[in-house]
Each structure stands twice: as structure tokens, then as C-alpha cells.
Design a protein around this ligand. Sequence first.
Ligand SMILES: [Ca+2]
Length: 84
Amino acid sequence: MGFRKFYIALFCAILLLGFFAEGVSSCTAPLASDLNDDCKVDFRDFAIMASLFDYMGEIYLRDLANLAEEWLNCTMEDQADCWK
Ligand SMILES: [Ca+2]
């Protein structure tokens, strides 16, 4: 398996893990840096961004700044579910 396929498979695995770990959730507002669509910006999103960095060979400072700005934001309808 080439590196390109490996990183695509890794990216998909992270997305699937995030989906099944968190289930289907409803977000009250979208977060640009919520890369796995779990309504919050945390280390999982950073891991996805880092894997894309390796794959793409570059990362945009704007994306990293957005992630830092939204870090630990959560827009789940039930805020009690944010950090379980
Ligand atoms: Ca997320």
C-alpha cells in the first residue's frame, strides 16, 4: 500500500471512529474546524488536520488559526454531552 492510500485510509478510519464513538449528534451551529462532524473541536480534529498535513505536504496557517480559535468549542444541542 502506497503512502497516499495509507493516508486516505487513515483519514477515513479517523472519521469513522469519530462517528461511531460519538454517534449521530445535532449541532446548534457549524464549526469550521470540526472535521469529524461531532459538534466539537478537539484533539480528534487536530489529528485529522495533522494527517492531512502529511498527505498534502503543507498546511494552511489560516486553518490552524481557525482550529486554535475554535479549540474546545462545542455546539451540541445538549451541552452536558459535550465532554463525556
Ligand atoms: Ca470534531
